[in-house]
Design a protein around this ligand. Structure first.
Ligand code: SAH
Length: 438
């Protein structure tokens, strides 16, 4: 699509480790669609469909059905330890597991916030590239925010990831492994309970779309609710040990890494032992608005929630805040979001980082409300989020009163709107703060 993609300049890590590799800092507004080519990560069970897994086992001189046994361990028992896989013959077991479950992610550093209910992990990939993921416990859901690329090519000037440029695409298994690690962490008790006194109030509405699995289905589903569209899944209640929600809101533009991202969505939603058997309703795909990819996703038949990072209702401002807008305009992105709702029945989230005196004016709230209402009722909700600080940015969050006014004006157009609080700001784990510096 673009000839202006940043070229790899070698294998050295950038001076501050930002992006974890050889990404070149983009010029303002410069878009990078083509990820620099790097040595491919090893193929992992989670990259393969069942036929591919069987073939891989056979290529190793094993019986094909052994692959399914390993898949049961990986997806169901959450184990990657050969000693625990006693249904596999001892001879060749370690080799089989090493080949099907190669180590793709190595934890470099873990930071916690919110009394241990938020955990951010920095991962090193096989080639030294760095990515981050964030695991968060809420009153009735457990969300992991995952990365789909090392760095990002979309260059939104208020986002720390975008400023560092695109290092490379992640493979399907590198994406899935972030969820698998989160699941193993939870099972090992590595995520603290939240304070019960916080339940449902300040801490409820967070990094994910706010449209939890049961809240976003259709016209009657209410306003994302003040509880952030809790899943209501009993398993995620206090002490829950399963990941209920996965949001593609970490580093990267997942729809620019489409094949790997849709592969990950399939692995997460495929029934066990083909995958983790998660509900598609618990997954949220966030995008700057790659219109053809939104349409493609709508046609996949997996009704994940779509979040559109709009941040401005007018092209003039959005051209500067979300540079992809120079390719696909506000109206085109909103039309695609509406089509997504029609195809999937999933209510779309509009993400709107409130930036003081930049995009928080009343007239912009009105224009946003008008544009959404003009496309129908009950198909969309708005999630304003006060801008999180990023290094070197001249922008700051809107004042609380201004944010509240913005919300009320959008609501006045009949559009459900909920300000999201934010998680993990003090560990640079909040939206737009993931930069993967060591
Ligand atoms: N590339 C995808 C997903 C990554 S970011 C996308 O752009 O949607 C997830 C969300 O965080 C996006 O809505 C993004 O615009 C928002 N975001 C980025 N920087 C932010 C910041 N500094 N403060 C608040 N939200 C931010």
């Amino acid at each position: 699509m673009s000839g202006d993609s940043a070229a790899p300049d070698g294998t050295g890590v950038a001076p501050d480790g930002a992006g974890g590799g050889d990404a070149v800092r983009p010029r303002p507004g410069q878009l990078t669609f083509v990820a620099p080519r790097r040595r491919k990560p090893p193929t992992h069970l989670a990259d393969l469909d069942p036929a591919g897994r069987t073939a891989a086992a056979e290529a190793l001189g094993q019986k094909g059905f052994r692959a399914r046994q390993v898949a049961v361990h990986y997806f169901e028992h959450l184990t990657v330890t050969p000693e625990e896989m006693t249904d596999l013959p001892k001879a060749g077991r370690a080799d089989l597991v090493a080949a099907l479950l190669p180590t793709l992610l190595t934890p470099v550093r873990t930071l916690t916030a919110d009394g241990g209910a938020t955990v951010k992990t920095l991962w090193r990939l096989h080639d030294g590239a760095l990515v981050e993921s964030v695991l968060m416990r809420y009153p009735r859901r457990i969300t992991v925010c995952i990365s789909s690329q090392a760095g990002c090519g979309m260059n939104c000037p208020f986002c720390a990831t975008g400023q560092a440029g695109l290092t490379r695409n992640l493979s399907t298994a590198e994406i899935v492994e972030q969820v698998a690690y989160a699941a193993r962490t939870l099972r090992a008790g590595g995520l603290a309970d939240i304070e019960r006194t916080d339940a449902g109030l300040g801490l409820a509405e967070m990094e994910d779309s706010g449209g939890g699995p049961d809240s976003g289905g259709g016209p009657d589903s209410g306003g994302g609710a003040d509880l952030g569209g809790e899943t209501g899944e009993a398993d995620a209640a206090y002490g829950g040990t399963r990941v209920t929600n996965v949001v593609f809101m970490g580093m990267g533009e997942a729809l620019a890494n489409y094949a790997a991202a849709i592969g990950a969505i399939r692995r997460l939603t495929d029934p066990s032992p083909e995958g983790f058997g998660m509900s598609a309703r618990g997954l949220t795909m966030s995008t700057v608005g790659l219109v053809p990819a939104i349409d493609r996703l709508a046609a996949e038949g997996i009704p994940v929630t779509l979040a559109l990072s709009l941040h401005a209702p007018d092209d003039d401002l959005r051209d500067t805040l979300v540079p992809i807008n120079t390719r696909w305009r506000v109206d085109e992105a909103l039309d695609a979001a509406r089509r997504y709702f029609e195809a999937t029945g999933r209510r779309v989230s509009i993400e709107y980082a409130l930036i003081r005196d930049i995009n928080d004016q009343s007239w912009r709230a009105d224009l946003l409300g008008e544009k959404l209402a003009a496309r129908g009722r009950g198909w969309v909700h708005v999630n304003p989020i006060p801008l999180n600080p990023t290094p070197g940015s001249r922008w700051t969050a809107s004042r609380a009163g201004v944010a509240q006014q913005f919300v009320e004006r959008v609501r006045a157009h009949g559009i459900p709107t909920t300000v999201r609080d934010t998680r993990g700001r003090e560990i640079d784990g909040a939206c737009g703060q993931l930069a993967a510096a060591t």
